[in-house]
Design a protein around this ligand. Sequence first.
Ligand code: ATP
Length: 365
Amino acid sequence: MAEKSSADWGLRGTTGVSFAATLEFDAVEVQLGGRVVLDRFSLTLKPGEIVCLLGESGSGKSTALRVAAGIQPIHAGAVRINDEIASAPGLTIPPDRRGIGLMFQDFALFPHLTVLQNVLFGLRKLGRTAALAQARAALRRVGLADREADFPHRLSGGQQQRLALARSVAPRPGVLLLDEPFSSLDARLRETVREETLAVLRETHVTSLIVTHDPEEAMVLGDRVALLRHGRIAQIGTAAEIYRHPVDLDAARFFSPLSEIDSRVAQGHVTTPLGPLATPELAEGTSVTVAIRPAGGAAMAASGPGTPGRIVGKRDAIGVDICEVMVDGLDVPLGLRQPSDAAMKVGQDVFVTLNPEHVLVFARD
Ligand SMILES: Nc1ncnc2c1ncn2[C@@H]1O[C@H](COP(=O)(O)OP(=O)(O)OP(=O)(O)O)[C@@H](O)[C@H]1O
């Protein structure tokens, strides 16, 4: 079934508003199979804030979410929702008493219940009239008002995602936990669904913790992005902060491909095949890795000034060329993204200049 645009969704601004809660992980430790999976994990989400948990597979993202949901007990530390203990060693308040909503990647819809019954399921504590009104408002918002009598298997993937969203926000939870909510959608649908879901989260003002392994998704959705590594937060900040000032080389690698050059500080500079870079804050003799991002770290032109190089590979993205440029002294070609230019062909000689403001320099141990 064709789904193209946000026109399929209902009117913005019509979702019921939650009493957003504070969600606090305080030095939470979880061990699974003898391994520490969350290691003194601390994170506080302010009311209405959207935080994305990002990290490699196995870094503990889903475990953190399951802890917040009350599905996973903790071995040390505490989880508080609105300053009340929700988890502590030996104590796990169950999911239905936490005031949270859950949305998982497989949507976890009830196949034997209709669309409307799926949404009503989370509203059992309300009277029938209020529950129906709230369920129908949520279905209207996600553009499924006319499908309330259908069963989930009759909906497309995107519609199932919308139903899962309607079901999770209809009870107006204080906290919403979303685990890879868009991962089962194809790329064509994902952008619209992501944008509308974000609009719904903003409208409800619900405090949201979203797990994703997609850096771009995290940067689009999160007020803050927390980068998880081995069960701890390696870095947390706004998307712009993390992108501009990654805490270390691994964090930088996570957000974009890099061209890396090893060098050493001498007289306040590092020398690279692409020219010198000032490194006034690093001590003389420090070993460093210079990391150049394809977007912005360096530029190439058909004429000088700059370091001579040659285009050895080129891919066309929409409106953008992704070029591989070989420069004398580099072991591997430099990746560069630039606005499309038909004159830039494989084999073409070019001149490369560094853009020092966008080049990252990390001290090596
Ligand atoms: N029940 C379990 N018993 C033993 N180890 C487990 C169990 N569940 C998870 N783990 C391990 O805990 C670690 C963290 O898992 P978790 O699912 O939280 O990671 P993740 O960051 O969400 O990964 P992914 O992106 O692959 O879902 C992994 O190394 C995983 O193998």
